[in-house]
Design a protein around this ligand. Sequence first.
Ligand code: ATP
Ligand code: NCN
Length: 220
Amino acid sequence: MKRDGPRTGLLGGSFNPAHRGHRAISLAAIAELGLDEVWWLVSPGNPLKPAAGMAPLEARFTSALEQARRAPIRVTAIERELGTRYTADTLRALRRRFPARQFVWLMGADNLAQFDQWRDWRGIARSMPIAVFARPGYYRQATASHAAAWLRRFSATASSLKHSRRWSAPALAYLDHDPDPISATAIRRADPDWASRLSGTGLRDAVTHALICDGETTRR
Ligand SMILES: Nc1ncnc2c1ncn2[C@@H]1O[C@H](COP(=O)(O)OP(=O)(O)OP(=O)(O)O)[C@@H](O)[C@H]1O
Ligand SMILES: O=C(O)c1ccc[n+]([C@@H]2O[C@H](COP(=O)([O-])O)[C@@H](O)[C@H]2O)c1
């Protein structure tokens, strides 16, 4: 089937550190939605999370590079480059800069549960489809949330998104995958010094690479 432009999943996160759960949901999104690639947006700082306990961006970025190896996943620190902190601003800038791409926002059920606390969350939902992954322990909170209730009338299936030529929004799809209980919190608890072992490599190159985007015409 012919499609209107390359399809890119966006996974924003603290990645403090990145882990196999991030990789698994990205690969599941690629398979289930027929994506060309997933971009990880390693956040300079989640507006709802305290800065205390947050490893430097370079270390989090490096952990993401390791987890994304040999997969169609592009690790970026694009919010640092754009100077954006709120997802609504980031997505507006990305859509302007990459007008030929179709984007889908990816997130775990824990984030859907508190999505209504995000700045302009309805604007985000109107700007691109959202695909949600189950996370053990979050099913009830996510499905009973204010955002899930608002989005219910815009329910979509992975298959309908995969097979449509051009996506419209709002659209909310719950994706099928084997839920994995792994979390960055558990990793930090088991290994509080994980960041000190990673030197910050490749941050600038990867950001630049993400913006050049394989020769695609972008608007600044
Ligand atoms: N095991 C997982 N299953 C499904 N989604 C996940 C999983 N781990 C992370 N995600 C999702 O990936 C995105 C980025 O997550 P994040 O970097 O905050 O990892 P985390 O493990 O949730 O971290 P923390 O435990 O510090 O809150 C979020 O949308 C989150 O819901
Ligand atoms: O824009 C907001 O108001 C907002 C509030 C909370 C979280 N986010 C984004 O949600 C993504 C997941 O964050 P985290 O820390 O749960 O990995 C990341 O891209 C954050 O910038 C965005």
